[in-house]
Design a binder for this molecule. Structure first.
Ligand code: DGL
Length: 252
């Protein structure tokens, strides 16, 4: 059984892609929305949350966990891998494909403050910043929009514009979405960025990685949907489940 967690509903953008590849698997998704957002919290705080959620997911029978949150990956995946005996798959801003694909020589990264200061991200950035210019911006207010179910319209567009515009003005022709909430704002992001700018959501690549790790670790898994009419997904949240259910309805 595959466990997944995020500070809120953002990780559903990853669950959506994993379910496409493994529709017959069983999933438990945990939204830690009572403690959302993670973006401004300390690494220690996020590590404690990640440990508690991992214990809960393992207690439910999960034998592999997707940390469907870039911020929690940056803050806690190292500790989780050291402390728990199951495989963890994390999220990372897709700097490499962006660096290889840019024509303008400028790539933009949108992520939380926590992700942008995590050593995991800084290491990746260090490997590419001699070859391409990497410009960054925190997606200010993006997580709150998604948690409130505001995915498009004038308010969403104004919020997205404020953080995306500086990256476009700097000449970025590829924008990396470094937070799992952000793909739910794809409509305004694409509209503002225009057709010439490529937007990278790393979720499909992470989904392929889940299958690779299941194979590599020899963990039995259910590939096809079989007789299941709907994927078997249990949703849990530490706070009000309304926002989780609202976004879940969009992906199912
Ligand atoms: N969805 C999360 C991420 O990928 C965290 C957003 C937040 O809680 O700040 O970074």
């Amino acid at each position: 059984m595959i466990g997944m967690f995020d500070s809120g509903s953002g990780g559903l953008s990853v669950l959506r892609e994993v379910v496409k590849l493994l529709p017959g698997e069983r999933y438990v998704y945990y939204s830690d929305n009572a403690h959302c957002p993670y973006g401004e919290k300390t690494a220690e705080y996020i590590q404690d949350r990640a440990r508690e959620i991992t214990r809960l997911l393992m207690g439910k029978g999960c034998n592999i966990i997707v940390v469907a949150c870039n911020t929690a990956t940056g803050a806690a995946i190292k500790q989780l891998r050291e402390e728990f005996p199951i495989p963890f798959i994390g999220m990372e801003p897709a700097v490499k494909p962006a660096a290889l694909g840019t024509k303008s020589g400028v790539i933009g990264v949108l992520a939380t403050a926590g992700t942008l200061r995590a050593s995991k991200y800084l290491d990746t950035k260090g490997r590419f910043q001699d070859d391409v210019k990497i410009v960054e911006h925190v997606g200010e207010g993006f997580v709150e929009l998604v948690e409130n179910g505001i995915l498009d319209g004038p308010e969403a567009e104004a919020v997205v514009e404020r953080s995306l515009r500086p990256l476009l003005d700097a000449g970025a022709d590829i924008i990396v979405l470094g937070c799992t909430h952000y793909p739910f704002l794809m409509e305004p992001i694409r509209r503002i960025a225009g057709p010439e700018v490529r937007i990278i959501d790393p979720a499909p690549a992470v989904a392929r990685q889940v299958v690779n790790v299941l194979e590599r670790e020899g963990i039995p898994y259910q590939k096809d949907a079989g007789a299941l009419a709907h994927p078997d997904i249990e949703l849990l949240s530490s706070g009000d489940p309304a926002s989780l259910l609202r976004i879940f309805a969009l992906i199912s």
